[in-house]
Design a protein around this ligand. Structure first.
Ligand SMILES: [Zn+2]
Length: 315
């Protein structure tokens, strides 16, 4: 279907186009990475022909055959099986053989899982994007994929020192493309190593492995303690220390601070992402908040003139 309806050509002509195109680039001294668009859907419909397209690319001199799940509909298990089959088939070709790559999309929410499955089945190149940006639901997110492959499965993708700049890179790219960063992105999100519940916080302070799957520093992220009405005293103490205020459990101000926090949150205030407000609150309870200004009186005026429609004026 992708050849006859999509490209509107014949199966034989498609093979000839693959051959012509790759031979042309090779004759210009270029190295070729062949991205086989719609490859997995094609393979499901006609495995023999799908392999013929790869054979045509290999014979014409492509160095890489990249299997693309262009519609993003393939699931990890079937994808791994197919890549394994292709990998075994490749070994039957005469040397020098091309290497395998994988290109996945996230339409089934499995772009990263699919790319990992392909690597385990023999792919040596992974295509993806920072933060998973891409058409529709996006491409495989390199910010998840690289740490998974490198820290969990032992593959060397990039130098460890560069891995430590991953969180920064993710934020930089989101700024460049003018999209809000995803706080909950694995590894690089602002909340990836945030701890809220009281027991979590006291445990993670004793032993990070209790609530952290990796050391946040490995990907350039950091632990974040958030305060909330679920917070126990330990959160508040840890937080106070990060602002340079030494408080201990015995200090009545500690309980007072926790109590004040709970009251305010009950009224609708949120301090989870408002660290400066929390610091001010803390200094106020401890009597360490200077008063620079005091409120005496205010006047409010509103006016409109000229072209504003009458309905816009609402005294
Ligand atoms: Zn794509």
């Amino acid at each position: 279907m992708h050849v006859t309806t999509g490209l509107q050509t014949t199966l034989a002509e498609n093979l000839a186009m693959i051959d012509d195109t790759i031979r042309y680039f090779r004759s210009q001294g270029r190295r070729v990475i062949y991205d086989a668009e719609h490859w997995f859907d094609g393979y499901q419909a006609n495995p023999d022909y799908a392999l013929q397209t790869l054979a045509a690319a290999a014979t014409a001199g492509a160095e890489w055959l990249v299997l693309c799940d262009t519609n993003g509909g393939t699931l990890p298990q079937e994808l791994e099986e197919i890549v394994g089959t292709v990998h075994a088939w490749l070994q039957t070709l005469p040397a020098p053989r091309p290497q395998l790559g994988i290109h996945t999309h996230n339409d089934s929410g499995t772009a990263v899982a699919n790319a990992m499955a392909a690597v385990e089945a023999g792919a040596d190149m992974v295509q993806g994007t920072i933060n998973g940006y891409g058409e529709r639901c996006g491409n495989a997110d390199l910010c998840t994929l690289i740490p998974n492959l490198q820290l969990k499965l032992g593959y060397r993708c990039i130098a460890p020192a560069r891995l430590e700049t991953l969180a920064e890179t993710s934020r930089f790219i989101s700024e460049v493309v003018n999209l809000a960063p995803d706080d909950h992105a694995p590894y690089v999100g602002r909340s990836a190593f945030a701890h809220k519940g009281g027991i979590h916080v006291s445990a993670v302070e004793r032993e990070p492995k209790t609530y952290e799957h990796i050391d946040p520093a490995a990907v350039g992220n950091r632990r974040r303690i958030v305060v909330s009405d679920q917070a126990g005293l330990s959160n508040v103490l840890v937080k106070a220390r990060s602002f340079g205020l030494e408080l201990d459990r015995q200090n009545p101000a500690s309980r007072q601070l926790l109590q004040r926090l709970k009251t305010l949150e009950h009224e609708g205030y949120q301090f989870e992402a408002a660290e400066a407000s929390f610091e001010l609150l803390m200094r106020e309870v401890l009597g360490a908040r200077p008063r620079f200004l005091s409120f005496r009186i205010f006047t409010l005026t509103a006016s409109a003139r000229g072209t504003a429609p009458a309905t816009a004026v609402n005294p």
